[in-house]
Design a protein. Structure first.
Length: 94
């Protein structure tokens, strides 16, 4: 599964803060997810959010309650994949 193209500015922002993307597929829901989280040993270690490709919109979810059963909340709906990634990142980077 390929990750959609990120604008170079967004990719630089991710790498500058030590974050990265990892594609995944949720078989139960049948949706493609792109995990956003800190990179350790070349992989996204503990996702802090994710982006879902949903019928032409990218839904951004960020972890708002770390120890809760349902710890992720929707933080935006965007037409651009890069904007959705930035919406997730905005919850963790100052």
């Amino acid at each position: 599964m390929r990750t959609p193209e990120l604008p170079s500015r967004t990719a630089k922002t991710l790498s500058r803060h030590g974050y990265g993307l990892a594609p995944s597929f949720d078989a139960d829901l049948g949706e493609r997810r792109y995990l956003v989280g800190p990179v350790e040993a070349g992989e996204v270690a503990a996702p802090v959010g994710y982006v879902v490709d949903h019928r032409g919109l990218f839904l951004a979810f960020a972890q708002t309650r770390p120890r809760a059963v349902f710890g992720f909340d929707e933080v935006g709906r965007h037409r651009s994949f890069g904007d959705a990634v930035l919406a997730v990142l905005a919850n963790f980077v100052e």
